[in-house]
Design a protein around this ligand. Structure first.
Ligand code: BGC
Length: 385
């Protein structure tokens, strides 16, 4: 289909609606700049740098951004960097020297791209920071993401709800506990990790203050709770170490704040391996939160093993990135809905933020199946088709 740049936004929206209902999580992420024969390339080429293919959400993001841009008539150079910072900087360098017309970047380390962004600015290439804010550079033009602080609030609220300290909306129930919890954070070089932590800790603080919530390890600082590169194995190891150091005397653990499904699965493996409570929450397994609605975790939630996850509809985020790229290539500024919060250390980056939903066992169908994000068969299998 031939699309002019002028009609691209509307056409891209319509095309996205069609293509993205198919499947958000499925399919292998690929690195290519292929365009089907006959498709127009006059709209230019957009470089899309994603952090890793080891987490399903980034594969889904890459696929959705690529198909949205292609539907709008652009060529796409999509690259995944295996969570390796030098590889990502090389990929972006190559995109710039290859003459891309715009960049969409989900950074591994939000502070490591200054020289790439300087080069992009010198070449007049607009830079859209995707999901994770790129820091310490004035050459970040726009930021598309979810409301990251609200993600943290939602994770902490899910934990409190799971323990019975609040209702689902976060209103205190009057339950006094005390409940023992441990806290995990993401990778400190990811700006989002700090927003998730801030939102979560502000939500938990009143309960820590009144003693209804206790962190027996006393590891309540983000630097103690952090998980470099969001690695599942690292979280599993830390949970095992905490169980040994703090719970070997028979103390109970009731809940774990986890900011990402991969970490949650590592934590659950450690808990089950140590026989902490049982195989399911009903049997006494601690309440563990999550993020991203990864298929393996959605199955665990359905099975009563993981308590919750935060659903971020990557199709909508991809859509916003496409709309922002189109605006720049048409010589316009994309529309922001948040212009105060995202200070990257050098400037406040105009942002477009999306809302998130909390998934529990009883709303999987409504949030994930009815929206076409996962099929019930995929959830039952715990695997994307
Ligand atoms: C994203 C999360 C994701 C995490 C690990 C964060 O920057 O916002 O959705 O769980 O990275 O990949």
């Amino acid at each position: 289909m031939r699309l002019s740049k002028k009609t691209g936004v509307v056409a891209a929206g319509a095309a996205l609606a069609l293509t993205l209902t198919a499947c958000a999580g499925g399919g292998a992420g690929s690195s290519n700049g292929d365009t089907d024969a006959g498709e127009t390339t006059e709209g230019g080429t957009i470089g899309v740098a994603m952090p890793t293919e080891t987490s399903e959400r980034w594969i889904a993001d890459g696929d959705a951004v690529q198909s949205g841009l292609e539907a709008a008539g652009y060529e796409v150079d999509l690259q995944f960097a295996g969570d390796d910072i030098p590889i990502q900087t090389q990929q972006i360098d190559a995109m710039i020297t290859g003459g891309v017309d715009a960049l969409i970047i989900a950074a591994i380390d939000g502070t490591a791209l200054t020289s790439q962004l300087d080069a992009a600015a010198a070449a007049g290439i607009p830079v859209i920071s995707y999901d994770r804010l790129i820091r310490d550079s004035e050459n970040v033009d726009f930021y598309v993401s979810f409301d990251n602080e609200k993600v943290g609030v939602a994770q902490a609220t899910a934990l409190l709800y799971g323990l019975g300290l609040t209702d689902e909306a976060g209103e205190p129930t009057g339950e006094e506990g005390p409940f023992n919890v441990e806290l995990f954070a993401g990778s400190l070089d990811d700006n989002n990790a700090h927003f998730f932590w801030k939102g979560a800790m502000e939500t938990l603080q009143p309960f820590l203050d009144d003693g209804s919530l206790v962190v027996p390890s006393e590891q309540t600082d983000i630097s103690q709770a952090a998980t470099l590169r969001w690695q599942q194995e690292t979280a599993q190891k830390r949970m095992e170490d905490l169980l040994t150091s703090t719970y070997s005397g028979g103390e109970e653990l009731h809940g774990v704040l986890s900011p990402y499904d991969g970490l949650s699965r590592g934590i659950i493996t450690a808990l089950q391996g140590a026989g902490m409570g049982g195989e399911t929450i009903e049997d006494g397994l601690p309440v563990v939160t999550g993020q991203d609605a990864e298929i393996a975790s959605v199955k665990l939630i359905q099975d009563g093993v993981q308590q919750s996850t935060i659903f971020k509809d990557t199709r909508k985020l991809a859509d916003q990135a496409v709309i922002a790229a189109e605006a720049y290539l048409a010589g316009e500024e994309p529309e922001a809905n948040e212009t105060e919060t995202y200070d990257n250390g050098v400037k406040i980056v105009p942002s477009y933020l999306l809302e998130v939903d909390t998934v529990y066992a009883d709303n999987i169908t409504e949030l994930l199946v009815d929206s076409g994000y996962w099929t019930q068969d995929e959830i039952d299998a715990g695997q994307a088709e």
